[in-house]
Design a protein around this ligand. Structure first.
Ligand code: ADP
Ligand code: DGP
Ligand code: NA
Ligand code: NA
Length: 213
């Protein structure tokens, strides 16, 4: 029997909903068969530019340009992700394509609609499951909120609407997007919920072909 490919597990959500916390805990629990990749990956040259854009409001770039840089940053890891999955490793992603579409489309720039924003990510590996963390309460009391460019309550509301609209337009693929309500839940409670959702996906038999976005 050929070796099962690994599964691509994505955690999405607004800023400070607990994505990074949950991704680390999940990767830790999955053990040595798992890799954690965070987007944006600020460690590359493109990532350094993105970091400057996010942390320095005075750093000006056209909205189209920064969108394509975020997308290019995901493409930088494409071959590595493919390789790990085909080698039987699981990959946990902290943000990915859906953040790309939701944050950029939320700017409401003429011409930058959801389709345009999605286009540059077409061909990336499709996640096997996406967990969308939602906090009904505002995240703005969570530590660190407000430090970066997009962390403003009004803009976050627009991103929230874009995420919902995007998941609705994905149609049947939406079966793979599961909303996780983190409101009033402790880190440990959310972690258990995440684990209960991910475990059945890990066990699902699947052929070695990777599908793409
Ligand atoms: P994100 O990656 O979504 O921006 P983080 O995982 O960095 O969010 O968490 C943001 C802050 O909220 C951190 O200080 C973290 O310790 C805290 N936090 C994460 N999950 C919870 C939770 N379930 N309840 C309370 N605080 C949390
Ligand atoms: P994080 O490091 O997870 O806090 O993410 C950095 C910020 O960048 C966060 O506000 C979400 C935003 N972001 C992530 N991906 C994209 C993208 O592809 N396009 C845009 N415009 N913003 C993104
Ligand atoms: Na952030
Ligand atoms: Na994070």
């Amino acid at each position: 029997m050929t070796k099962q490919r690994g599964k691509l597990i994505l955690i999405e959500g607004l800023d400070r909903t607990g994505k990074s916390t949950q991704c680390s805990l999940l990767a830790e629990r999955l053990g040595e068969r798992a890799h954690l990749i965070k987007f944006p990956d600020r460690t590359t040259g493109i990532g350094a530019l993105i970091n400057t854009y996010l942390t320095d409001e005075a750093f000006a770039l056209p909205d189209e340009s920064i969108h394509l840089l975020f997308s290019a940053n995901r493409w930088e890891q494409h071959a590595a992700i493919e390789g790990m999955l085909l080698a039987g490793q699981h990959v946990v992603l902290d943000r990915y394509v859906y953040s790309g579409v939701a944050y950029s489309a939320a700017k409401h720039v003429p011409g930058m609609d959801r389709e345009w924003c999605y286009a540059s990510d077409r061909g990336l590996v499709r996640p096997d499951v996406t967990l969308f963390l939602v906090n009904q309460e505002s995240n703005d009391t969570r530590s660190g909120f407000g430090e970066e460019r997009y962390e403003k309550a009004a803009f976050q509301e627009r991103v929230r609407s874009e995420f919902h609209a995007l998941f609705e337009t994905l149609g049947p693929r939406c079966d793979e997007v599961v909303t996780v309500d983190v409101t009033g839940r402790s880190i440990q409670q959310v972690q258990q919920q995440v684990w209960d959702l991910v475990q059945p996906v890990l066990d699902e038999p699947i052929d070695s072909t990777l599908s793409t976005l």
